[in-house]
Design a protein around this ligand. Sequence first.
Ligand code: GLC
Ligand code: CA
Length: 541
Amino acid sequence: MLDKYKSSVVYQIYVKSFCDSNGDGIGDLNGIRSKLQYIKSLGVKYIWLTPFFCSPMIDNGYDVSDYRNINPMFGTMADCEALIREADDIGIGLMFDMVFNHTSDEHEWFKKALTGDPEYMDYYIFRDGREEGKPPVDWTASFGGPAWDYVPSLNKWYLHQFDPKQPDLNWENPKVREELKNVIRFWKNKGVKGFRFDVLNLISKPESFTNQPSGSATRCCKDGRHVHEFIKELVADTGIADMITVGEMASTTIDNVIRYSSPASNELSMCFSFHHLKVDYLNGDKFALMPPDMNMLHDVFRDWQEKVADGGGWNAVFWCNHDQPRIVSRFGDEGQYWKQSAKMLGTFVHLLRGTPYIYQGEELGMTNGHYTGIKQYDDVEAINYYNILLKRGSTESEALNVLANRARDNSRTPMQWNDGKFAGFSSSGAWLDIPENYKSINVEAEERDNDSILNYYRKLVILRGQFRIIADGAVKFIDTGNAKVLAYERTLDGERLVVVCSFSGKEENLPVMLEGDVLIGNYPDRAEVLRPYEAVAVIKY
Ligand code: GLC
Ligand code: CA
């Protein structure tokens, strides 16, 4: 039997920005409950909820201070249980987000560690400096600045790959692994159907920290020496092997993804990887802009699709999440071809081999925030990098332009439900500014339009459930000879599905003969050429 996750689509909700039920300007669990029928109407089988556990919110909940309780700003345990039950009643499984590489510095374990309690110090990575005033090694943290912080009362440094308020856990300590397993068991008992694991490939650190090269901490910790063992143990001991699980894997490799996700290794159902979302990073620097390198985009997709398939692994396929700018603003066109390009981008991802993820608002073609002042930004990364860019010599307007393209807040703007005040997100305010275009880009407007992006996404989701070739066929990329036109074929039992997607705002030549019936396309008819941002998928039986 085909695994359910292969024929399903997952919808990602950024809780803080989805729907505010009590008018405090912050999305919440009861807001999600009120929108379950909408989510069902998309045809998705799972919802991944970003963390809503107790947290001081310096990284919007990716800094957890209590894994078993609900942050009051999002609701209560009773609300959470009701959400799980009501989703289950309509055939939707909830996936919770487990942030297990680090805790908040306000977690009781870290507080005890700071008192010098050796048992809890061993929950984290405390080390001596290499000399007076110097950290063990010169690593940088993902949000800028050094990855080690000094605690004077202990005369030790602790490791944090992200913010100083997100100390890394010590997975080498079996007690830590047991504690985390208990968190999984707790939520599994409450009826959660799957898990997303935050930056899971960063959990196993090097054996010693001396003689480590300087550079980003993440580069030095990714896919560490015991990571596969740790995941196998976690999955086996908590009995989640048959649930849908996805690991977020920073800068990982194809070989590792095959090991993380092939059924034979008893680790996870699938992985997120990000190489396709770095093709517009100048020299690999997220905060240095360049137009997307389309040849690179093609090569990354070809390699990750074909080689992961050859190795028996499984990808999560996606363009958007709460850490990425909006895809229509990035690889599509916000202007004349907004609709066509958003549909093309959806087509490209949804017909690939892997489990597609839709990030809230992507199904509407929501755009970047277009913020013009630093005060509009909330994200710790955006604010840190703004200052870093200024220090490096950028002018304010240059730095703001970088953020307008790259900041994570671009995807965190409130969900656009209608053209009313606060876009129907809230009755009385929004924690983050809503883009002006909510007047035309919103759920209500797109419900009324048969030809909307929303209704097109619904078709894509249905197709995956209906056509085994989409859920389970082999995949091979087609060399189109045109960097702006990506194409691939899926094959199964003598059937062939060909998908052609133009990332160009002009007419382009059709790179392959399209034989068979049109399964889906973003223009109403067929033509001898590819029109701007055209996507077409044809199937031959
Ligand atoms: C992941 C999350 C991101 C968070 C980081 C640290 O990348 O998706 O939002 O900031 O981990 O937890
Ligand atoms: Ca609220």
